[in-house]
Write a protein that binds this ligand. Sequence first.
Ligand code: TA6
Length: 297
Amino acid sequence: MANLLNESLGIENHIQFRDVGGGLLKAVLTHASGAVIELYNLGAHISSWRTLEQGELLFLSTTAELREGKAIRGGVPVIFPQFGPNGPLPSHGFARSMLWSFQDSKLSEAGNLSLTLRLTDTAATLKLWPHKFLFDLRIELSSSLSVNLEITNTGNSEFTFTTALHTYFPLSDISHLCILGLGPADFLDNTRGLLRTHDDRTEISIGAEVDRIYLSTPDKAEMLDTQRRRKIVLEKHQLPDSVLWNPWKEKGAALKDLEPDGYQRFFCLEAAAIEKPVVLAPAAVFRAEQILSVSDF
Ligand code: TA6
């Protein structure tokens, strides 16, 4: 299968596909700057984003499982059509554990790379969620990494969904994290039954389990690793909420696909549309974007 994809969508020195077994395919995008991303057809899941200057910029558990039906622990899981466990679907929906198809690839004149993956309803999804849809996810690699969502209602009745890009960011140590631009904000605290409360901090750090849906947050947040002197900027559009998560020691240890003491080396900041679910009329299209960029500070 990878050979056919390399013929149809491969771009010499820039976009390559590999079979990794079990029906899974990996795509590797290499930008002229030396930036590289790796992603799978499983979940349209970006598992690695690295640059020559900064090295690896996504956290991927060394014990992550790689098989259809299971979400990869780390990288950028695509959450659709349901965020979390509250609803008729498996927690976080089905998109992250299904096989997507590769649709299109491009190398722009400016040297930017893009790859589009597609997921549509199947007999299995219709049983779980009786709505026809077409979900195109376009990944663009330049000096930054952007993920563009385009979700179309291809059925003849309105549907509602919640969505998130559940991005795992690496840290030298959780004690070195400082997040700017997220607070002050109201949030729903998932460690207290989604109690709505307020965080008045402008600089947010993590020193215990945190599982919060910050509501209607600014569209730009800065994540500092104060030991590495690294700043990752997350810019989002049409994704009003931001989820902050770290399971901490006990809940982290209970995750079989999270490496031992992995909680100390990652956190998730997730651009999301949760508080106000997206309502799509027939033929309507929802578009959203997350852009990640990195620098020293
Ligand atoms: O985004 C935070 C969260 O909803 C947490 O409650 C925790 O469940 C996390 O997602 C990971 O979920 P997962 O299904 O990937 O183990």
